[in-house]
Design a protein around this ligand. Structure first.
Ligand code: NAI
Length: 260
């Protein structure tokens, strides 16, 4: 049966920015497919989504595996009969100096952050085209893909630069189908991924997490790190009717850290 509501898939929906984005889209009235490699956290997000009067399901998906991506889109369509939005959010990193990065680091980050985003985008676009066009693809990149060195590493930056680049090409090639493709580039956002990095950096410098954070936020013009909801607000806007003519763009949400 076809849902009367719009339907969104969010990858990495079990935590942080993905979780906040899935909840924001549910608040906006969309049915949501909460996909994550961690089935339990995905289901926790889906149950929060259902509290907003929409339908939400959880799926265990590894976005580094193309067959699992295809199965995710098929499951969404089987359940809801349509797809309108995909938020390609799942991502991994680790705190490391360029000279300490290994081949395994490179492969792990690119498998999830670049390959995962590309094949989720492609699988979603295939479905959007098949159902007659229209739809929104929203990729979560990073200001590290624009050269910000604060919390990132070189392999991670490269994987996020790939997301910013493929957003532009995909927007040009999918525009004829009425599909928009945009990215959000979060700055420092208080989620598990970043709290781990902040903890490591604080230990390296021999200061407390609070001291390191205070030092760190001094460099942010607005003087605060993002909450996941700050990114989710941009995701919800890009998924909304108001953003219908915006495509191929990557928007920083970072308190002013990077101004290009
Ligand atoms: P997080 O670590 O809190 O959540 C990431 C989620 O992705 C987790 O639920 C994890 O289970 C899931 N995941 C990991 N590998 C997966 C896979 N192979 N398949 C499916 N799901 C998988 O991370 P956070 O901070 O919410 O980050 C979300 C996105 O935002 C990532 O792409 C990250 O690179 C990006 N980002 C985050 C920033 C931050 O300051 N937190 C800054 C810039 C970008």
């Amino acid at each position: 049966m076809k849902s009367e509501r719009q339907v969104a898939i969010v990858t990495g929906a079990g935590n942080g920015i993905g979780r906040a984005s899935a909840v924001a889209l549910a608040e906006a009235g969309m049915d949501v497919v909460c996909a994550d490699i961690n089935a339990d956290t995905a289901e926790t997000t889906a149950s929060t989504g259902r509290q907003h009067g929409v339908d939400a399901i959880s799926l265990q998906v590894d976005v580094g595996d193309v067959a699992e991506i295809d199965a995710m889109v098929a499951a969404a369509v089987e359940r809801f009969g349509r797809l309108d939005v995909i938020v390609n959010n799942a991502g991994v990193t680790r705190s490391a100096h360029i000279m300490d990065l290994t081949e395994e680091d490179w492969d792990r980050m690119h498998r999830v952050n670049a390959k995962g985003v590309f094949f989720c985008l492609q699988a979603a676009a295939r479905q959007l085209i098949e159902q007659g066009g229209g739809g929104r693809i929203i990729n979560i990149a990073s200001i590290s893909g624009r050269g910000f060195k604060g919390t990132s590493n070189a392999a991670y930056s490269a994987s996020k630069g790939a997301v910013i680049s493929l957003t532009k090409t995909a927007a040009q090639q999918l525009g004829e189908h009425g599909i928009t493709v945009n990215s959000v580039c979060p700055g420092v956002t208080r989620t598990a991924i970043v709290d781990e990095i902040i903890g490591t950096r604080a230990r390296e410098r021999g200061v407390s997490v609070d001291e390191y954070l205070e030092e760190f936020t001094k460099d942010i013009p607005i003087r605060r790190a993002n909450d996941p909801e700050d990114i989710a607000a941009m995701v919800a806007f890009l998924a909304s009717p108001a953003a219908r003519n915006i495509t191929g763009q990557s928007y920083n949400v970072d308190g002013g850290l990077v101004t290009s």
